[in-house]
Write a protein that binds this ligand. Sequence first.
Ligand code: DGJ
Length: 709
Amino acid sequence: MSQDATRCWRLDTPGQTLVLAARPIAFARGAEDGALGMPEAIYWGPALPEGEDLADLAAAAVIDVTGGMLDAPPPLSICPEAGRSFPGQPGLVVAEADGAPLLPAFRLSAAEDGDGTLTFTCTDPALGLSYVARFAAVPATGVIETAAAIEADRPLRLHWLAAPVLPGPQLADEMIDFAGRWCGEFQPVRSPWSAGIRARDNPTGRTDHSHFPGLFLPGRGATNTGGEAHALHYGWSGGHRMLAEELPDGRRQIQFGHAAGSEREAAPRFETATLCLAFSTQGLNGCAVAFQRHLRDRVVPWPDPARPRPVHYNCWEAVYFRHDLAELKDIASRAADLGAERFVLDDGWFGRRDDDTTSLGDWDIDRRKFPDGFGPLVEHIHGLGMTFGLWFEPEMVNEASELFRHHPDWRLGPVSQIPGRQQYVLDLSRAEVREHLFQKIDAVLGSCDVDYVKWDHNRVLPAPDAAQARGFYALLDLLRAAHPGVEFESCASGGGRIDFGVLSRSHRVWLSDSNDALERLRIQRDAALFLPMAVTGSHVGPRTCHTSGRVLDIRFRAWVAAQRHMGFEMDPRELTADEAAVLREVTGWWKANRDWTVRADILRLDSADPAIIAEQQMAEDGSRFVVFAGRAATSVQISPRPLRLTRLDPAARYRVELINRGDAPGPSRGSPTLKSRPLSLSGAALMGRGVTLPWAFPETMWVLEGVRL
Ligand code: DGJ
């Protein structure tokens, strides 16, 4: 059959086009009756003109056949098929329930083209299998969502199902995926493209600090602010697997799906999580902004989107497990005086939880600590004008707990497993376990006026387990339905469960257990490749950081927290009058600006000096911005290098002002103008030359506000 029979479809967001084509099957099963094969993503890149001839585009993408190849190149389809001798990793590895492997060969049986959506159904009638892929373009955010499912007329064993597979760019030399650790989340890892596979397979059963499920593919020469970039994020909380493969013929493919071994039972249907795609010609920032907007405006189910993000106070690093009513009231009063608007009672309020060896699972208020329940504390907190938030770790159990004594069989995994933080995971795939947890947590939430839950998860799973992740989602969904006004924060020893899957049912993430502003500055910058300010919790920690021992000035601690969803997490009784005044002032600035910063794009700046970690938060309408330039280290050279801004209107003029110029230290003896007055410069000048900031000590932050004139 001729190429003319090829069918093509396109999806567009501003600046991005994805074209899919289904070609007549060559040689294999289906060729005889002229069937079309699985669609292939033949183009993913800059926006194409409206009238682009897609059939010719598909024809232009056909690669030649030469020595050492099969007689037709096996298609790099949205689910590359082993049954068609695909020379790389297949998109589906499936077997009969008894383990006998299947080699499906799909044909396209239906394609629905809706308003910005595409649904493809492919079948293998001989094997009684169907595969469905869905795509949806969201022009308002710049993201294309996609997911896949397979279905059979009998239970099958699934070893691997990739979300629809995308081609990797060939004019690109490297990729960026993400590693990390406790107190060191979102560490970008740059690897060169080369023959074979770069694989990430997360064995922890949760998203985890060490395996954030995202990938950036910078084109050759791309920076934060310029050049081409593709990016992907897999929104799943059970641990992902990623493959970035260069085939012997030079083609490149990207696959994302659940971690190996996730599906432990045979079943007639399996589905992937949603894979989000972004493309930009404006550097990594273009993709980052698409993800930030998409997460904030499309993914997170805000109970009340108009409600300003409240300043948090969290008592963890002030009192840990020592919950004393009088002390907590005193701390709450001081926190309110500093500007806090939500008081969060962290771990330690339930069972007999005096340390981390006991009581997880016993979700009853500890009457030794709160003889009259939460009433007196909540009344005090409300009296101060704050709302009340509460910590839970629902999926966990200590052996030293009533729950474990009654239900030892509810533990997930083998008895011989190694505990984590003296705790075990409850089997949330079991309906009775979810029901029990729902009843207990629902009762606590119903007994007092709570508007926020910090949902923790402080250990990895015994093994990857998609049923557990689905059970977690089901429990959280039940609680959200019963308490629609409550906001949930996803925490897992800090940033161990951050992904768009959990964020489609929660409202904030605890980015890291590190309240060390120096470490946070870096973590926040790299997390902004995916996360907007609205969901990214950031707290002012103690003067001497509890996780690093570093002593940092209150100005630096406060400004770093003010870059995201601000809060405090130190004992306010340690603050000197000067420190309290600084904190009040920065919190006041944050509140005065949050109406626009919460919707601002976070743009990572390309700093000429590696000691400076800088970002520009750009208002949605372009009328204003704020630049945070953090000095993470002492520079190699004497004078600060100019810092170039981005995404301004070259022809417009901007008034730029260093709002904390009073913080210039003694050794800054010269007179850069920003130390004494604002400057008025064109966007072209601010982007082309940049601003010269005054000299500063390491571990300090300059804050530069800009207003379009
Ligand atoms: C780990 C969290 O990340 C901390 O913020 C705190 O909530 C503790 N768990 C409590 O056990």
